[in-house]
Design a protein around this ligand. Structure first.
Ligand SMILES: [Zn+2]
Length: 242
């Protein structure tokens, strides 16, 4: 019986992977659950093609985008895909750290009339590092309600960057981790040039406390099908101080 269930689940998962993705090879969109969609764009890092995950949420009102495409040619295709697929317009965009795989499209989206948000920490780093900036600045962790969905931004402490935030959907138990959280495929914590290696583990512990028993954990890069990504990230962060 168990085998049948597992088989059925796997089969459904494969189907949704085949039919849930749309668009060109530069922009991949996959359905997560309910109104949640993961979108992936690509860029070259150290001579290799690397993917970056963002998310968007289709509500009864409008669409919210979490992080902007990394690939600068995909800012408009993402908006167009949302419009075609859901007959709705993106009106809000929140970036989760200052790196360009999160922020590259902020000023483009602002020009398109989208309300773009970052935190004061992200904005200050963005100024210092010459990154694109949001129009609206959150001074503290902030709760949003858009249509039937509610979520919170949360700064858990320094980790991948000194400004990284996560987004927690308490009702759906979705942890959108951004680049602080690594995928199960990752053998290390990736680029640590802007990281706080001393505090990384404590910061991930704070995420664990804030987001109990998540049903989905979305890392900034790579596979998002395994909630163990959170424990895996914590384990790797603990190794940093050994
Ligand atoms: Zn990243």
């Amino acid at each position: 019986m168990m085998r049948t269930i597992i088989f059925a689940t796997t089969f459904l998962f494969c189907l949704s992977n085949v039919f849930g993705q749309t668009g060109n090879k530069k922009l991949k969109i996959s359905h997560l659950t309910g109104g949640f969609y993961i979108y992936t764009t690509y860029n070259t890092y150290k001579g290799e093609q690397v993917s970056a995950n963002g998310m968007y949420l289709v509500t009864s009102k409008q669409v919210v985008i979490f992080d902007t495409p990394w690939d600068t040619t995909q800012f408009q295709p993402l908006l167009d895909s949302i419009k075609v697929k859901h007959k709705k317009t993106a009106t809000l965009c929140i970036a989760t750290d200052f790196h360009s795989d999160r922020t590259a499209g902020l000023e483009y989206y602002k020009k398109k009339g989208i309300k773009t948000f970052t935190t004061i920490r992200i904005d200050q780093t963005s100024i210092k590092r010459g990154m694109k900036r949001a129009e609206l600045i959150m001074e503290n962790d902030t709760s949003f309600t858009v249509g039937q969905y509610s979520f919170q931004t949360y700064f858990p402490g320094e980790g991948h960057t000194a400004d990284n935030i996560i987004i927690w959907f308490g009702k759906q138990k979705i942890l959108y981790g951004g680049c602080l959280i690594k995928s199960m495929q990752d053998q290390d914590l990736g680029y640590l040039g802007d990281a706080n290696v001393k505090k990384y583990a404590a910061t991930v512990e704070n995420v664990k406390k804030k987001c109990p028993a998540p049903k989905y954990v979305i890392p900034g890069h790579g596979d998002w099908s395994n909630v163990k990504a959170l424990a895996h990230t914590l384990f790797m962060a603990q190794q940093l101080n050994k």
